[in-house]
Design a protein around this ligand. Structure first.
Ligand code: AMP
Ligand code: GLY
Length: 424
């Protein structure tokens, strides 16, 4: 099979790394890719949101399967355009991708379809939204801009002052652009977060092992949220009983709701859950693989990923049941100093060659924001690399991942030392 991956981050490197091991693969391309993806796929210089160029290129190269990594092209309708041209694609149409593209849409549907989620109200007027804050009696509240905001756009405000500031930034200052024309104000939930991803053909589901992301920049989950500073899989908080409830109370009603609307969802549904002793709720849905969850989940996959993605894209998951290693995997993200604020790019990354040469069958380095410059690998983004290690024993996986991460050096390199702390 000739396969194209759309995207160029750590998630796409992980998918490329796994697909490159498939005996069914004839040739792997990635658009636009990055310096690490270039070692397993031919990188094509087309941005992930240039849908027409991607489609024309895929037609010309007779691509058998396109796997879409990020949300932006999905929300823009890459799957619609590819399918209209007779191209096979793994990812939902824009009618399905709105589940991630609009928080307002997603919250309304969760309510309509009976999927557990935090109580909420929707506003498109700043003064109405501000007046509503009084109902929280000075306690915490969550404000969400409606629309894609590159993983930002959600503020968990500890009190009314922070909430009002967030509302002002989102709705008046338009910190996240047009996404700020409407907001969701919702009850703040507490507990532990878990990410549950399921591959679906619109009818059947293959639920992948659970994982937990570490969104905050600082150790102990302090400081501003990022795209994700590390992840581990499985997440022990996701028990068998919770897995059964998630299937019947979250995934099934969602697929039924989509089917009733005539939406043929072929891709990944990512449910971000908040779990506490007596309840669980959906915080958000995404319509793609998580990043960095994928870097912790996919290395645990024993069977071939390609037939699973191809079958979902065909709308027929058949009886595919992937096999998983019974290891724990831990991914630590190495970021540029300053991230998630402003940071420098173009720093030379040292130690990669040695580590990649030594890479055992229990360590992998996934590139996120990297590029080649004058024959060297340099930083090119906020999140630069994801180092993943796995082992039967979680503590050993943690020790191994930090031994590997410590070998990589670049100016300003920062990573959290406490990934997987909740499971240890
Ligand atoms: P979202 O993009 O909706 O998942 O929000 C991003 C992050 O904000 C989540 O991963 C949580 O850490 C936090 N969050 C979102 N909604 C809530 C909520 N209702 N209560 C507490 N934290 C939340
Ligand atoms: N790790 C969070 C996300 O992929 O949205």
């Amino acid at each position: 099979m000739r396969v194209l991956i759309v995207g160029g981050g750590g998630r796409e490197h992980t998918l490329a790394w796994k697909l490159a091991q498939s005996p069914l693969l004839e040739k792997l391309y990635c658009a636009p890719g990055n310096a690490g993806i270039a070692s397993v796929a031919e990188c094509i210089d087309i941005p992930a949101d240039d849908l027409d160029s991607l489609k024309n290129w895929a037609l010309e190269k007779k691509i058998d399967l396109t796997v879409v990594g990020p949300e932006v092209p999905l929300v823009l309708g890459i799957a619609d355009i590819f399918r209209q041209s007779g191209l096979r694609v793994f990812g939902p149409d824009s009618k399905g991708a709105i589940l991630e593209g609009s928080k307002v849409w997603s919250k309304r549907k969760m309510k309509q379809w009976g999927i557990p989620t935090a109580g909420f109200t929707i506003f498109d007027d700043f003064d109405d939204a501000r007046n509503h804050l009084a109902r929280f009696y000075g306690g915490p509240v969550v404000i969400k801009a409606d629309g894609l905001a590159a993983g930002k756009g959600v503020v968990v405000a500890p009190g009314p002052e922070e909430a009002e500031q967030a509302l002002y930034d989102i709705m008046i200052e338009r910190a996240y652009g047009e996404a700020g024309s409407r907001v969701v104000i919702e009850n703040c939930l507490s507990g532990e977060e878990v990410s549950v991803l399921a591959v679906t053909d619109g009818k059947k589901l293959v639920v992948l092992p659970s994982s937990q992301d570490h969104k905050a920049i600082g150790e102990g989950d302090r400081g501003p949220n990022t795209g994700g500073m590390g992840a581990y899989s499985p997440a022990p908080v996701y028990t068998g009983a919770l897995a059964r409830r998630t299937e019947t109370e979250v995934f099934r009603p969602l697929l039924k709701g989509f089917a009733d609307m005539g939406v043929d969802f072929r891709g990944v549904i990512y449910a971000g859950l908040m779990v506490s002793a007596d309840q669980f709720n959906v915080l958000e849905f995404n319509v793609r693989f998580g990043d960095p969850e994928t870097q912790a989940i996919i290395p645990r996959m024993q069977s071939d990923l390609l037939p699973l993605l191809a079958a979902a894209a065909d709308g027929d998951l058949k009886n595919i049941e992937p096999r998983w290693k019974d290891d724990s995997a831990v991914c630590v993200v190495l970021a540029s100093g300053g991230y998630p604020g402003s940071y420098e790019k173009g720093r030379v990354i040292e130690g990669l060659d040695k580590l990649e040469a030594e890479e055992s069958d229990q360590v992998a380095v996934f590139h996120a924001g990297t590029a080649f410059k004058d024959g060297r690998t340099v930083t090119a983004g906020g999140r630069v690399l994801g180092v993943t290690a796995w082992d039967k024993d979680l503590q050993k996986a943690v020790d191994r991942v930090y031994r590997a991460a410590d070998q990589i050096k670049f100016e300003g390199c920062y990573y959290r030392r406490d990934i997987a702390h909740r499971a240890l």
